[in-house]
Design a protein around this ligand. Structure first.
Ligand code: AKB
Length: 313
């Protein structure tokens, strides 16, 4: 069967880079990028792009049938900080978009689904260091509740309807192409822009707030890696823990100072501090490594170098 891919949420931070990479792997004409808003000029120009509302079942069905889509990457979501401000909007977007795709897969209209979960599925009662795949999950954020619920539904659709759903729990993601929107880990992207522009940054998280993080290339490799893995190797159908590095605002500032010695950071924690405090500091991702061969490539200093070099351009 020929592969035809649909990315929903292609204009976002992950969707933009995923579209570019999937087009380079499978060919431009096999990948349809879609979003409710237009995106990065290069991503839009390079291949097919359609405006699509992920919550509109008929529209999602139509684009899938018209393009004979086999694989869907559902990247549309409202992230943690924005979701605290608009709980019902976040719930509706995060859940309805998932049900639309799961139901189309249940009806046999698509073969394979990728849906991202997050470290936000964990909460204040979860062990924070090397958080295991299976741990207490009592998320205290709207976003976390939606992702945890989504995971339960993914597993249910796999167990009861045989839907080939694959998912990973992304940590905070850092990239230079597209600015993230509405997340708690977004400071780790913003800090590079402000360091280069103003030589200083006011962090909305305190100095010692350690969180799991990952350079975007690693996240894209993981996403495509889990989708390419043989069906039998995917033992977990809720979502896999995934890890690369952990750092706090003070540590990323130190890494930036190696390139911009005069860089200064100060701290003014806001409502996002509480969200960050409820999340793990580091993640045990041995199931992903053992089951489908996940491995990361980038460390904090390697990522810093790439971010600074590219943002300078
Ligand atoms: C957020 O900060 O909301 C996201 C996430 C960790 O899923 N980046």
């Amino acid at each position: 069967m020929k592969k035809r891919i649909l990315i929903i949420g292609a204009s976002g931070q992950i969707g933009t880079e995923l579209s570019v990479r999937l087009r380079s792997v499978y060919g431009n004409y096999k990948v349809i990028a879609s979003d409710i808003i237009v995106g990065d000029e290069a991503m839009m120009k390079e291949g097919y792009f359609e405006i699509l509302d992920a919550m509109d079942y008929e529209a999602v069905e139509d684009i899938i049938m018209r393009n004979e889509i086999t694989d869907v990457y559902l990247m549309a979501a409202m992230l943690s900080a924005t979701a605290e401000k608009f709980p019902m909007k976040a719930w509706n977007l995060n859940m309805n978009s998932l049900f639309n795709v799961l139901n189309l897969a249940k009806e046999g209209k698509i073969e394979k689904v990728f849906w991202p979960s997050s470290i936000a599925v964990f909460g204040p009662t979860t062990p924070t260091i090397k958080t295991p795949q299976k741990a207490i999950m009592e998320p205290s954020t709207v976003y976390g509740i939606s992702k945890q619920t989504g995971e339960r539904w993914c597993e249910y659709y796999y167990n009861n309807y045989g839907v080939d759903i694959r998912s990973i729990r992304y940590p905070g993601l850092i990239s230079y192409t597209t600015i993230p929107g509405g997340g708690t880990t977004d400071y780790a992207v913003d800090i590079f822009h402000k360091a280069l522009k103003h030589g200083k940054y006011i962090s909305f998280l305190n100095a010692e707030t350690t969180l799991p993080m990952m350079y975007m290339d690693d996240a894209i490799n993981a996403t495509i890696g889990i989708m390419k893995a043989p069906k039998d190797s995917i033992r977990i159908r809720s979502s896999y823990n995934l890890s690369a590095m952990s750092f706090n605002p003070k540590e990323i500032a130190e890494s930036i100072k190696k390139h911009i010695p005069e860089f200064e950071i100060s701290y003014e924690p806001d409502f996002r501090q509480k969200i960050a405090d409820s999340w793990p500091q580091s993640i045990d991702d041995s199931d992903a490594r053992n089951d489908w061969g996940w491995k990361h490539s980038y460390s904090l200093d390697e990522m810093t170098k790439i971010m600074i070099e590219n943002l300078k351009k």
